[in-house]
Design a protein around this ligand. Structure first.
Ligand code: NAD
Length: 299
């Protein structure tokens, strides 16, 4: 897939914004789609800020940043502009019905040779692929947050995914300057399965009053050298997304993934994490953690 080709990114939230930015600065033409106009405006604003920051830090030449922005288009629905795309990456809300509807429509509008990939954190790639007439050209393409900094893309084979599809996605991943691993479909793949379990256990410890949020996070950072603690990571991921993943893992893999009631309570309260300014911790307008803000005991 040549880098001048068009990639469509559907879902302009945390992940779609980062994926669109990474693809645009790597030379691809991008159509970014989100059903919510304010999410789309916010995403375009953030991509502009990421380009400006890249130029300021000397990581991006000014002309390259300008060219990347010129290659970016935004739309509130998938339309005829899909007819010349080489790849569509679905990265909307982690709900199977939303994803199936997007993928079914994409299959109708994309040219026959295009690949469809989903950035789902856990859902069945084979089930998503079955909503299309091209299950051999469908795979999971799991990015990590923040996309412009994280080097891994986990590629997931569904039951029908061909090696040719995997090879094309490996080439795109390499063109984005990232490393791919290829895994066979299983709920949560490798990464979400491990991360969801650890984050859930950390929340149980917080709810039980075993330690403060800060101390739980410090234990993982300083005892095991993780760059951030499990509660900080949940705040970064978004507890709404984390809860959807846990519910799916609980349903498919059993009791060890039962979501901690404190996560359910936080999502009901709208404490989704950093993206809304409050989760386990609270954040200022620049997204910086407010010192001393962690929930101490919230069972
Ligand atoms: P988010 O809530 O930040 O964004 C989701 C976006 O999807 C929203 O802007 C919403 O308006 C949009 N959307 C919903 N329905 C739509 C539709 N029908 N058409 C177009 N857009 C629609 O969520 P996110 O964190 O960016 O997660 C997106 C996907 O990426 C999920 O599948 C999630 O599991 C996965 N993922 C998330 C992370 C993470 O750390 N947050 C990491 C890897 C993968």
């Amino acid at each position: 897939m040549s880098q001048m080709e068009k990639i469509i990114v559907v879902g302009a939230g945390l992940m779609g914004t980062g994926i669109a930015y990474s693809c645009a600065i790597s030379g691809y033409r991008i159509l970014l789609v989100d059903a919510n106009p304010s999410a789309l405006d916010k995403a375009v604003g953030q991509i502009n800020s990421l380009v400006a920051a890249g130029v300021k830090l000397g990581k991006l030449v000014e002309a390259a940043g300008k060219a990347a922005l010129e290659r970016l288009e935004a739309a509130i629905e998938l339309d005829g502009r899909a007819s010349d795309a080489a790849l569509l990456i679905e990265t909307a809300t982690e709900k199977i019905d939303i994803k199936l509807a997007i993928i079914g429509k994409a299959d109708e509008l994309l040219p026959p040779e295009a690949i469809i990939a989903s950035n789902t954190s856990a859902l069945s790639i084979s089930e998503l692929a079955a909503a299309t007439r091209r299950p051999t050209q469908f795979a999971g393409m799991h990015f990590f947050n923040p996309v412009h900094k994280m080097k891994l893309v986990e590629l997931i084979r569904g039951i029908e995914t061909t090696q040719a599809t995997v090879e094309r996605l490996k080439a795109v991943t390499a063109a984005l300057g990232k490393t791919s691993i290829v895994v066979n479909e299983a709920p949560g793949f490798t990464t979400s399965r491990m991360s969801a379990l650890m984050g859930n256990e950390a929340m149980y410890m917080l709810a039980e009053g075993v330690a403060s949020a800060d101390d739980i996070d410090t234990s993982l950072r300083m005892a095991f050298n993780h760059p951030m603690g499990p509660l900080e990571l949940g705040d970064l991921t978004g507890w709404d997304t984390r809860l959807s993943v846990l519910q799916y893992l609980h349903q498919t893999m059993g009791e060890k993934f039962r979501p901690c009631p404190l996560i359910i309570k936080m999502v009901k309260a709208g404490r989704y994490g950093r993206k809304v300014g409050r989760g386990v911790y609270e954040y200022d307008a620049e997204g910086q953690k407010i010192a001393g803000s962690g929930l101490r005991r919230a069972g």
